[in-house]
Write a protein that binds this ligand. Structure first.
Ligand SMILES: [Zn+2]
Length: 124
């Protein structure tokens, strides 16, 4: 990652969780699945670990990943229907913006619901 912010990877209990802690990757859509890419300019979406389950599991072990497609990606591609604008220059200042702007998992048991603002996970 090019923005040069190095973060320790410890869980911050009571502090704000950063997107950076959730093993995020920008991804580009491929005919079958997706590729990880380094730059937001090449990205069609964001892949990261579920913040609710990351806390519940005290880390990445057993924590499922999430995929948020940008508005460029059509509704023929799962997961849907959520689409976000990826605003920022890198993972550490990334904001996901949509009509509703929060990320709500309705068909996952954790029912996680949160925002990503300026690289920080904000619970809804
Ligand atoms: Zn979850």
């Amino acid at each position: 990652m090019q923005c040069g912010v190095s973060e320790n990877r410890h869980l911050r209990v009571g502090g704000s969780m950063r997107l950076r802690d959730l093993e995020p990757s920008f991804i580009k859509r491929e005919r079958e699945g997706f590729l990880r890419v380094d730059s937001i300019k090449d990205a069609d979406g964001l892949w990261f670990l579920c913040p609710a389950c990351y806390v519940a599991n005290k880390g990445s072990k057993g924590t499922h990943a999430l995929l948020c497609w940008s508005v460029k990606v059509g509704q023929d591609v799962t997961p849907r229907p959520g689409r976000w604008q990826l605003v920022g220059t890198c993972i550490d200042d990334l904001t996901l913006v949509a009509a509703q702007s929060s990320i709500r998992l309705t068909d996952s048991p954790c029912k996680a619901h949160f925002y990503i603002r300026n690289g920080v996970i904000v619970h809804a």
